[in-house]
Ligand binder design. Structure first.
Ligand SMILES: CC(C)(COP(=O)(O)OP(=O)(O)OC[C@H]1O[C@@H](n2cnc3c(N)ncnc32)[C@H](O)[C@@H]1OP(=O)(O)O)[C@@H](O)C(=O)NCCC(=O)NCCS
Length: 180
């Protein structure tokens, strides 16, 4: 079972079914802010929807296709981070993340992302880690930029967000370039 202490206050742990109530509460409490950039928010209407998500993440982990972790800050669930999937043949993955609105601005996600890149490269022996973010999502783009990822280009109309497409900027780091 994956868990990882990042600092005295911050740790990551695989989501479990008994986290569903807290996961739904932070999603619901940040609904308007999260839906600007995340496509699944309107479809998350009840604790059962959060449970279904957690079940999906448990299957992902069991089938050796990466994982989704909750982020705990001062013993409170404040967000999620994970690998979308593992491309073992090409030794690469991509990372996605979100934080409850009130917990932005402390560097929690930058540190969590750094930990997931470290794990991808040192434990899973991957060669390439990608992060993509909507062009106008400055807070998300700032994370790979802060961690020294390279900007590789623009993915046109890469994501459908409720009623419109958004372009993404693709960032990546390589095993040979990643410095702890
Ligand atoms: C994207 C998202 C996770 C970024 O959250 P964030 O709080 O800005 O990111 P961090 O937790 O890394 O915090 C960085 C901020 O804390 C500050 N900070 C404080 N201590 C820090 C530390 N030790 N390390 C890094 N940054 C630190 C930084 O200066 C920065 O502040 P600024 O934005 O005023 O410059 C958040 O905005 C979010 O969940 N958005 C909605 C969902 C979303 O867009 N997901 C991504 C889809 S691609």
């Amino acid at each position: 079972m994956f868990s990882h202490q990042i600092s005295g206050d911050i740790y990551l742990k695989l989501l479990e079914l008994n986290d569903a109530t807290d996961l739904f509460a932070i999603t619901d409490g940040s609904r308007n802010y999260l839906r600007e950039w995340l496509p699944w928010v309107d479809g998350t209407k009840s604790v059962d929807d959060s449970k279904s998500f957690i079940e999906m993440t448990m299957n992902q982990y069991a089938s050796n296709n990466g994982f989704q972790a909750g982020i705990w800050f001062c013993n409170q669930l404040v967000g999620c981070i994970g690998y979308h999937a593992m491309d073992w043949a090409n030794r690469k993955t991509s990372i996605g993340y979100w934080l409850a609105e009130d917990f932005q601005g402390h560097g929690i996600m930058t540190q969590a992302t750094q930990a997931l890149v470290d794990i991808a490269i040192t434990e899973y022996k991957l060669n390439r880690v990608e992060i993509s973010a909507a062009v106008e999502n400055q807070k998300s783009r700032a994370i790979p930029e802060r961690l020294g990822f390279e900007e590789e280009g623009c993915l046109h109309q890469n994501e459908w967000l409720y009623d419109h497409f958004v372009d993404h900027i693709l960032y990546a780091t390589l095993q040979s370039k990643w410095k702890r």
